[in-house]
Ligand binder design. Structure first.
Ligand SMILES: [Zn+2]
Length: 567
């Protein structure tokens, strides 16, 4: 420790908002160079190496092969798939001295597809899975949370190539199992959730989420059947219309004055009704024209579901002008009754409203006693809202959904031919016919996994590393380095244990014991060996970071016992 560059801080750095960021700075593991750009100091780098090594071992075991692709990527390949334009401002773009466009890679689908199309022709060479562990770049609008959302970050990304869906399914399952082994070995609690594919696109995908209260993502899960999904993609079970309480109102629909009352809260407060009675009407623009999407007043629309349902690339809330044109009234009074020349899509919960209230498409007016099918007819009724806690599970339709929080550390995708078709990346099948590769892609955030481990395991004193990725596993602490007997024993234990593993550190700094213990807890070494007062009675103290468990061990047993922790 006396030689180690580990500048620990006693105070919390002001810039850090989450525990992992705060504790990695305080423990002297990382330092900020620029927004979202960090240097790794020796302790931080050891953690990164440990995470990477576990990933590498398990990827190799899975049959994938390691490659290393460039970071500096020519625009031409990105233009082939159209992503040069689609990716937007998050892509770090640069020009070389000849004014040629390049970017710093945020992901490598195009690059790997190009490599494979130029070097592999026959179905006999398939399947193939290539991976790399490499630095990626993304020009985040708001880089924050330290390693959690950086502009430069380390990823393991891999890409598989197949000649059939069945082969892709098999490799996807292989990667699923590999990821489980990786996160099990690291020692994290996680859930695998169904996810939206986002900018990478393609078909089915799942995210590996490390559970942590401070996580950015909401995870919806069913305890009855194990279904789990991200907020974006969580389905909602079908509520059945049963017996009493749901019979439709017999009152006729009627217009009522709601001066200046526009929002759900304003209208429901003014009319003294529950938001559950309100039919919220949202006008969206899509490349196929505008759409009126109806959700219950207390629910929120899920744009990803709407997009999928309509089969469109983009949905965005219409601006004032479009709303006024469609509804022929100012914003705030839209409703489905009498709407013309626009597709009307209702959420399934809207269809169950027995006595609805909605905008009258007329300034300062709403309609009451509105009943679906009687007063308006949506073109489609489907699940288009965001799930909420206690919703029915969409899978077993018996259990209810719980919500917890997590951090996305891995994502596995079935891409299909999304990239290969656009890039004419073909192989020859047994009949010598050219066919596009069927692809999968699989990512793990390396730095993010380390940060997520801290978010999951920390306390007021500092980090509690899972042993598999701790920078050092055993910290040997002589209480007083001036005491010859203590130092000699410390050195002896150190040299014996380092024969078994390099994961041992000796705190030989001429500091007070209190300082050394504080640093040890802050950095999060799993095992502390304290050589101090008890030595008079021939004993040393072994203390575990995670449980706080302490025990005195006779010096004669020390090495054997500590070797057990190493193992
Ligand atoms: Zn369920």
């Amino acid at each position: 420790m006396s030689r180690l560059l580990a500048p620990t801080l006693r105070e919390d750095p002001g810039e850090a908002e989450v525990p992992s960021h705060r504790l990695m700075l305080r423990a002297g593991m990382i330092r900020k160079l620029a927004a979202g750009v960090y240097s790794f100091l020796p302790l931080g780098l050891r953690v990164i190496h440990k995470v990477s090594n576990i990933i590498r071992e398990e990827m190799d075991r899975s049959g994938a092969q390691e490659v290393f692709l460039p970071t500096l990527l020519p625009a031409e390949l990105w233009q082939e798939t159209g992503r040069w334009n689609i990716y937007g401002k998050e892509l770090f773009r640069i020009k070389d001295r000849h004014e040629r466009d390049f970017c710093l890679g945020p992901t490598h689908e195009e690059i790997i597809t190009d490599l494979v199309r130029n070097n592999l022709r026959s179905y006999k060479q398939l399947p193939l899975n290539l991976y790399q562990i490499q630095t990626k770049f993304r020009d985040e609008v708001r880089p924050r949370f330290g390693l959690m959302r950086g502009r430069e970050f380390m990823m393991k990304d891999s890409y598989s190539f197949h000649d059939s869906e069945a082969s892709l399914d098999k490799e996807y399952k292989n990667m699923f199992d590999t990821y489980c082994r990786i996160f099990d070995r690291i020692g994290l609690q996680y859930k695998v959730v169904e996810a939206d594919s986002g900018a990478i696109g393609g078909g089915f995908s799942q995210e590996f989420m490390v559970l942590a209260d401070t996580g950015e993502e909401e995870i919806f899960y069913c305890e009855s059947c194990g279904y789990a999904a991200s907020r974006e993609s969580a389905g909602v079970g079908k509520y059945k219309v049963t017996g009493q309480g749901v019979s439709r109102t017999e009152h006729k629909m009627q217009e009522t004055l709601t001066p200046d009352k526009k929002t759900i809260d304003e209208v429901s407060g003014f009319l003294k009704i529950s938001p559950e009675q309100m039919i919220k009407t949202l006008i969206y623009e899509t490349e196929k024209g505008p759409v009126a999407a109806l959700v219950r007043g207390d629910h929120d629309l899920n744009e990803a579901k709407l997009k999928k349902l309509l089969g469109v690339e983009e949905v965005r809330l219409a601006d004032e002008k479009v709303i006024e044109k469609v509804t022929k009234s100012p914003v705030g009074f839209a409703g489905p009754v009498g709407l013309k020349n626009i597709r009307i899509i209702a959420d399934t919960a809207v269809a169950l409203i027995p006595d609805g209230v909605t905008g009258a498409n007329k300034k300062d007016h709403h309609l009451i006693h509105v009943v679906i099918e009687r007063d308006y007819k949506p073109e489609l009724t489907a699940d288009i809202r965001l799930a909420i806690s206690q919703d029915l599970c969409p899978k077993c339709e018996g259990g209810h959904m719980n919500v917890t929080r997590g951090i996305e550390v891995g994502h596995i995708f079935k891409l299909g031919t999304k990239y290969s078709a656009k890039m004419k990346a073909n192989y020859l099948d047994e009949n010598n016919t050219e066919k596009p590769y069927i692809m999968g892609c699989y990512g793990i955030g390396v730095g993010r996994t380390a940060a997520a481990a801290i978010e999951q395991c920390n306390d007021k004193d500092g980090i509690i590393w899972p042993a598999a990725i701790a920078p050092f596993v055993i910290d040997i602490i002589p209480a007083n380095t001036e005491e010859k007997e203590q130092m000699e024993l410390a050195e002896k234990i150190y040299s014996e244990l380092t024969k078994l593993t390099p994961d041992i550190i000796l705190d030989d700094r001429p500091e007070r014991i209190g300082v050394k213990l504080k640093d040890a807890d802050l950095i999060g070494f799993p095992v502390k060996v304290i050589i101090g007062k008890a030595l008079k009675d021939g004993k040393i103290e072994i203390k575990l970071r995670k449980t706080g468990e302490t025990k005195l061990t006779p010096v004669g047993n020390a090495i054997e016992e500590l070797a057990g922790y190493v193992r």
